[in-house]
Ligand binder design. Sequence first.
Ligand SMILES: Nc1nc2c(ncn2[C@@H]2O[C@H](COP(=O)(O)OP(=O)(O)O)[C@@H](O)[C@H]2O)c(=O)[nH]1
Ligand SMILES: [Mg+2]
Length: 300
Amino acid sequence: MFKNLRDSLSRTRQSVFGQIAGVLGAGDITDETWEDLEALLIQADVGVPTTMFLVDQLRGRVASEGLYRADQLTSALKEELRAILVEPGVFKLEEERLLTVVMIVGVNGSGKTTSIGKLATYYKDKGRKVMLAAADTFRAAAIEQLQIWGDRANVPVIAGQPGGDPGATAYDGIRAARARGYDMLIIDTAGRLHTKYNLMRELEKVYSVCQKSVHQAPHEVLLVLDAPTGQNALVQAQKFKESVHVTGVMLTKLDSTAKGGMVFAIYRELGLPVRFVGTGEKLGDLAVFDADLFVEALFE
Ligand SMILES: Nc1nc2c(ncn2[C@@H]2O[C@H](COP(=O)(O)OP(=O)(O)O)[C@@H](O)[C@H]2O)c(=O)[nH]1
Ligand SMILES: [Mg+2]
C-alpha cells in the first residue's frame, strides 16, 4: 500500500539531479563544471552552507585523488552526499513498549494532520494498536480534520473541546490509551505562528504532560516540514527545536516539488534525521526514508 522512496523522488530526479548528471557527463572538469554544480545544488534546495561544504569536499578530492574528468565527480558527489546523511540513533517508534507516545509538531498547513493519518495506517498495518489525540484545540476544524483521518485510518481519536487545554487533551489521550490497551498514541498539535498566541508555550505544556505521564515520553517528536517551502522551513525548524526536543523530521509534499535536496540541509544544518517523506494527499502516500536508497534514487 505504501510507496517506495524511489517513486517519491521522480520530480527531484527529473529536474535538478538529472541536470547534475548532465553537468557531470563527458569532458574535463572546468570552472564551469563547478559553477553549474553549485547552482544546481542550490536550486535543489541543498542550501548555501551545505552546497559550499560539498563543493569544498569535492575540490579537495579532485586535488588529492587526481580526478580530472567530470564523470569522476559523480561517484565522489554521491559518496559525499551519503556521508552527510549520518545514521541516527534508534528510531523509537520501531521499538516495542507498553505505550509509545509521539508528538507531531510543525506550522499550520505543513501537513501534520494528514501525516498522522498516514502514520496511523502505517503502524496499524505493522500490528500496533494506534490511538490519536487531537491536541490542536485552537480551531474546531482542526479537531474535525483529525477525526476524519482517524476514520480513514480506522483508529480512535481522543478529542476535547475547541479552545480547550491541549495539555489536558494529551493527558486524556494517554489515559485512554492505557485504559483501552493501545500501544501507540500520536498527538496532533497546533501550528499557528501568531504573535498573540504562544504556540511554543502550548507545545512545551503538551511535552511536559507526556514526560510526566509516561516513562521516557514523548518517545519521538516529529517535526513536519513542507518541502516546497524550502529554506524557510529550516528557519521554522530552529524555532521548534528551541522549545521542544525534536527527534526527527517528516518531509511532506515531496510529490509537488523538485526540492528534495532539503534533506541534506536538514541533516547537516539542523542535525535531525528524516524519518518519513510524504508524497501525496492520500493515506498510502508515505515512504520510509532510507539514506542509501535516497542518494541512489536521486541519480538513477
Ligand atoms: N501534495 C501533497 N499535499 C499534502 C501532503 N501532505 C499534506 N498535504 C496537503 O497539505 C494541506 C495541509 O495539510 P494538513 O494535514 O491539514 O496540515 P496541518 O495544518 O499541518 O495539519 C492539505 O491540503 C493536505 O492535503 C503531501 O505529502 N503531498
Ligand atoms: Mg492540522
